[in-house]
Design a protein around this ligand. Structure first.
Ligand code: ADP
Ligand code: MG
Length: 240
């Protein structure tokens, strides 16, 4: 579903990604972890073309992301993205937040878009909040709305960038539960997260990044059992 081949990227003189190669199969859940500044956000932003890269190739479901001829709005509509800060539209109701991209990008009618949004709200346990504005919801609720909004586009895969890092501890699990259900339903997912409990329970593979390199890329049992690199061992010893 996602193939990342020898990708390198620079911000000016600074090389942020060095020769990164990995892939995510259909239905696979991959957790990306590593120290702050190691390039995790940049790597997943390259996957849906929110950031350009200078070397290598990324292919999502047969479409080359770096190819200038690729229809990027279409690609982005197929790749769901959930950020640390929910990025909901504050002036719109939850219903409108869920409908707007379906209408503007996919050309769905308002009734269809709102019905789809409501069904997804129900799935994340928030149907009763449809008429509210984002500011009236807790952080955990807003993040569940953000996930529902991404799902409303019928994505072929989902990217998560530290979706629980901005949340109070008691709200983390409600978001991880939604992500776990998605994984169990077979969604292809690439998740930047430091929630190692989630990684152990839900991930198929773990990628560990350090200073722009993919240092480990292995089955989760191998990662948690005996990471090969010293850097990953140190990282795990600090957060577990
Ligand atoms: P992570 O998500 O692992 O914390 P990032 O991908 O956000 O790491 O950033 C990797 C490195 O790239 C960091 O050193 C960061 O300071 C730098 N960086 C990120 N975005 C930019 C940018 N727009 N311009 C210049 N440097 C950036
Ligand atoms: Mg980041």
């Amino acid at each position: 579903m996602i193939s990342i081949q020898n990708v390198s990227k620079w911000y000016g003189e600074f090389q942020v990604l060095t020769d990164c190669t990995t892939s995510v199969a259909k239905g696979e859940v991959v957790v990306v972890c590593g120290p702050s500044g190691s390039g995790k956000s940049t790597l997943i932003k390259c996957v849906n073309a929110l950031e350009p890269f200078q070397k290598g190739e990324i292919i999502v479901n047969g479409t080359s992301v770096g190819n200038p001829k690729t229809n990027l709005p279409k690609l982005r509509s197929q790749v769901g993205m959930v950020f640390q800060h929910f990025e909901l539209f504050p002036h719109l109701t939850i219903t409108e937040n869920l409908a707007i991209a379906q209408i503007k990008v996919l050309g769905r009618g308002r009734d269809e878009a709102e019905a789809k949004g409501l069904a997804l709200l129900e799935r994340v346990g928030l149907k009763a909040h449809a008429h509210k504005h984002p500011g009236q919801l807790s952080g955990g609720q807003q993040q569940r709305v953000a996930i529902a909004r991404a799902l409303a586009m019928d994505p072929i895969c989902m990217l998560f960038d530290e979706p629980t890092s901005a949340l109070d501890p008691e709200m983390i699990n409600e978001v991880l539960d939604v992500m776990t259900e998605l994984a169990q339903e077979g969604m292809t997912m690439m998740c930047v997260t430091h929630e190692m409990g989630f990684a152990r329970r839900v991930a198929d593979r773990v990628i560990f990044m350090d200073r722009g390199h993919i240092v480990e890329d292995c089955h989760k049992d191998a990662f948690f059992g005996s990471p090969r690199s010293e850097r990953a061992q140190q990282f795990l010893s600090k957060i577990l």
